[in-house]
Design a protein around this ligand. Structure first.
Ligand code: PGA
Length: 239
């Protein structure tokens, strides 16, 4: 399983440090073999992540240069960052990133060998039109994206489920993940209102290889509990 914590614009550097101490010691004390990735804000990046991967929530697709307010490859490399979130719905809808810009980021960071957690997902009105409309919408989010990229992790995050407490039914998640599986061999994450109460059930679904968690990941204890649920599933599969 792959478990991602997306802090968004939450937590200070000091809070992130305390959080990482809890999660890192949980991962080592429990011999966790699942992949755990935390996406803190830029200001909380540290040099020495140990058994937990640190990724960034964004990056500008250049080595360096005159791009006021942006963080580029050179600054990320200084912190050993090799993992990036691209295409998150908040960047698409709140920050106004176009598919063209998103595809340019994808191309650049893929060329640099980054692990890319690429997010797709439909707004509510599209979901209400049914599965065919939903996949047509998601297809557009694949424009310019290399779905055969070896270090791709694909996250399905319905826009209407992010931060709302709403989630699709398990059947709906499986339907979309099966459709995505037909397009790529990349691990498939589900994201959108995942919390301790539903994480285990969602991770156990067919073609769900992990979760991308926002609000509920802000509690280190809750996130550790979800990591424990993933480990539990591995045991069940191994039995
Ligand atoms: P949420 O956010 O868990 O708060 O719904 C998920 C995400 O935006 O990645």
């Amino acid at each position: 399983m792959i478990l991602c914590a997306n802090f968004k614009a939450n937590k200070t550097r000091q809070e992130t440090r305390a959080y990482m101490a809890v999660v890192e010691s949980f991962v080592s004390a429990n011999d966790i073999t699942d992949t755990v990735i935390v996406f803190p804000p830029f200001t909380a990046l540290e040099h020495d992540p140990r058994n937990v991967l640190i990724g960034v929530q964004n990056g500008y697709p250049v080595i360096n240069g005159a791009y006021t307010g942006e963080i580029a490859l050179e600054q990320l490399e200084e912190f050993g960052i090799k993992t990036i979130l691209i295409g998150h719905s908040e960047r698409r809808h709140i920050l106004g990133e176009s598919q063209e810009e998103i595809a340019a980021k994808f191309r650049f960071f893929a060329e640099q060998g980054f692990v890319i957690v690429y997010c797709v997902g439909e707004p509510l009105e599209v979901r209400e039109e049914g599965n065919e409309a939903l996949m047509t919408y998601i297809e557009k989010q694949f424009e310019g994206i290399d779905l055969s990229y070896g270090d791709l992790i694909l996250a399905y995050e319905p826009v209407w489920a992010i931060g709302t407490g709403l989630t699709p039914s398990n059947e709906d998640i499986v339907w979309v993940h099966n459709a995505l599986r037909a397009k790529t061999h990349a691990p498939l994450l589900y994201g959108g209102s995942v919390k301790v109460e539903n994480a285990g059930e969602i991770m156990a679904l067919d073609n769900v290889d992990g979760i991308l968690v926002g609000s509920a990941s802000l509690s280190a204890n809750d996130f550790c509990e979800m990591i424990a649920q993933a480990a539990e599933l591995n045991t069940e599969i191994g039995e």
